[in-house]
Design a protein around this ligand. Structure first.
Ligand code: NDP
Length: 247
């Protein structure tokens, strides 16, 4: 039995990429995963694939941009699997563009998901974790939370928020025995790059020199490792780049 056996983990952004790989990695370790996203067809197929694994994956439709949807998701998750042992705030969007294009709707929707979505999910679990004096919150940020790249000002801003807020949260949660970890990946081969439609950025991405990217499973493995650390060990932040990534 691993430390994740029977643990209830709420995981957002589970329908693709890092979230999908993490759901499977957690279920392999025996965890019960409340897997959230808007594309419920993807979540159902994920749950079907997890059926042979020791844990379980429950597909839960949820839009983190909608407070009522997040509250309903948390209620359904608890009804199925009981109190929440860990939250992985992974849902995110990255529609990149240069600021002079004024893609205002994209700016606002990026903040809505990457900042407000993270906060809504925190509000859904913190009171219970504090009351139980146990819990682990993993916030998926990015190298973009530590560095600012042209064409990614708003995205970097949202991830810098995740970094700063998570460190404040971590220090406040110490007295409640709740752990907080930032996972900050570099380039990972997922659908995230397809969120960008701005032709200037798409061209920049296309002309990037070839390199070995991380795979979603590389990040999933690290998330599982962090969750499985003994209760007195809190990995505060993990920055994981591909070996070939310079910046
Ligand atoms: P994907 O695009 O593959 O996954 C994003 C996930 O977020 C999807 O499951 C999507 O589900 C979910 N999501 C988006 N909007 C919402 C919403 N409103 N409500 C609920 N879920 C939502 O990309 P990644 O796996 O790469 O991204 C996961 C996280 O990793 C993000 O936070 C991203 O910023 C971060 N990251 C990724 C890097 C990379 O290079 N790939 C590098 C650094 C950080 P659905 O559309 O079904 O709702």
């Amino acid at each position: 039995m691993t430390t994740l056996h029977n643990q209830h983990v709420i995981l957002t952004g589970a329908s693709s990429g890092i979230g999908e790989a993490t759901a499977l990695a957690l279920a392999e370790r025996g965890a019960r995963v409340s897997a959230c996203a808007r594309r419920t067809d993807r979540l159902r197929s994920l749950a079907a694939r997890a059926q042979t694994l020791p844990g379980a994956v429950l597909p839960l439709g949820c839009d983190v941009a909608d407070a009522a949807s997040v509250r309903a998701m948390a209620e359904r998750a608890r009804a199925a699997f009981g109190p929440v042992d860990a939250l992985i705030n992974n849902a995110g969007v990255m529609p990149l563009s240069f600021m002079d294009k004024c893609h205002e709707q994209e700016w606002l929707s990026t903040v809505e998901v990457n900042v407000q979505g993270v906060l809504r999910c925190l509000a859904a679990v913190i009171p219970e974790m504090v009351a139980r004096r146990r819990g682990h919150i993993v916030n998926v940020s990015s190298v973009a939370g530590r560095r600012v790249f042209p064409g990614a000002a708003v995205y970097c801003g949202t991830k810098a928020f995740v970094h700063a807020m998570s460190e404040g949260l971590r220090s406040e949660m110490v007295k409640h025995n709740v752990r907080v970890t930032i996972i900050a990946p570099g380039l990972v081969r997922t659908e995230l790059q397809s969120h960008t439609t701005d032709p200037d950025i798409v061209e920049r991405m296309r002309s990037r020199p070839p390199m070995r990217w991380l795979e979603a499973a590389d990040i999933a493995r690290e998330i599982v490792t962090v969750l499985e650390r003994p209760d007195h060990v809190c990995v505060n932040e993990m920055l994981i780049r591909p070996t070939d990534q310079e910046n």
